[in-house]
Unconditional design. Sequence first.
Length: 413
Amino acid sequence: MADRERGWARRLRPAVRPGDIAFAVVGLPLAIIGCGYVLAVLYAGTLLSLTVLGLPLAAVAVRGARGLGELHRRLAGRLLGEAVEKPAPLPAAQGVIARARVLLTDPVGWRAMLYLGLRLPVGVLTFVVAVVLPLAGVWLIAFPLWLRMLAPDASPAWWLSAIGLLLGIATLLVNPAAIRGMARMNRSLARLLLGPAGTQQRLQVLERARSTLVAESTENLRRLERDLHDGTQAELVAIAITLSLADDAFATGDSADLERLRTLVTRARGQTDDAIVGLRRLTRGIHPVGLDAGLGDALPTLTDASPVPVATRLELRERPDPAIERAVYFCLAELLTNMTKHSGADAATVEVLADRGRVRMVVSDNGRGGARLGGGSGLTGLGERLAAVDGTLRIVSPAGGPTTITAELPSRI
């Protein structure tokens, strides 16, 4: 039933997004301006390359290209729906020479200049596909009518009118797919050249991951302090009080107090056992004891404790670094917890492969699906924690299930 509803939804979707056509119309003048700017600065830079004005002109040109790229980035986001991440701002620099050096080595500005140069041919082709071809199709379909309006006495051959009709219909039928294809090309071009450079993207991801880890570590320390203060410390105080009472009873030496002494000692033993259990629970959250022997021993303890039956397959041909093992362990713990709480699954599989410098973990279940990053199930924070060790998290979870979540990490940091 769900698959049938999704199929009808796909059929009822508009063939062409209005934003795609708007981008084709609005983007062409901007493409002409941008390409003209690039050609002008390249021509002027070539003429002045042997003078002292060459490098300052190039620096200014790169700064201007960055600004025009920002305009195109916003246009792609507003009309094409492509949310290109904003590049990092230019680093601060003191002095004219330092600022010029920053501009001349700015990868965002140079990539924006390349985008502006490529945007004109792509923009012209997009305009032709989105505007000229539909008009041509309508003109071909109404070819006999146009001919009669221009030459009332003319009588075109029937086969000529039929060919025009067929060509016009074919053009209009193919045109929506062509418009969508050009929109995908424009989205890819904007995503490739107008966003942060690869090193900047990696730096931003690592900065976000570091902030997440710092906040998480701070919260974990506060929770640990709170648990020690409210739990273990209180239990140890109760043991001390019980032992103090037992000492008082022992000091009297009265045989009537022996039963009371035995009761106090029994209570102290029980309280000691409870304190030991609490301490084990706290230390397990800091570093699972099972990880001392590697993932091969630690992961089955998680899957065996899961309320949902889990089939586990491990192929650990190499042992990762301790930090990677911890990340894999807590990642699986989080995924199993989410699956138990939200999926409604009654069966799951866990596959972990460690080989050739990579660790790959795949967790699948037959639940209701619908898991996604930012869905309030903790997956966003999990992805950020994996990013801190250069890992990635991919989720495939259509409505109705099944759900497959893949985590990939390097074996070494």
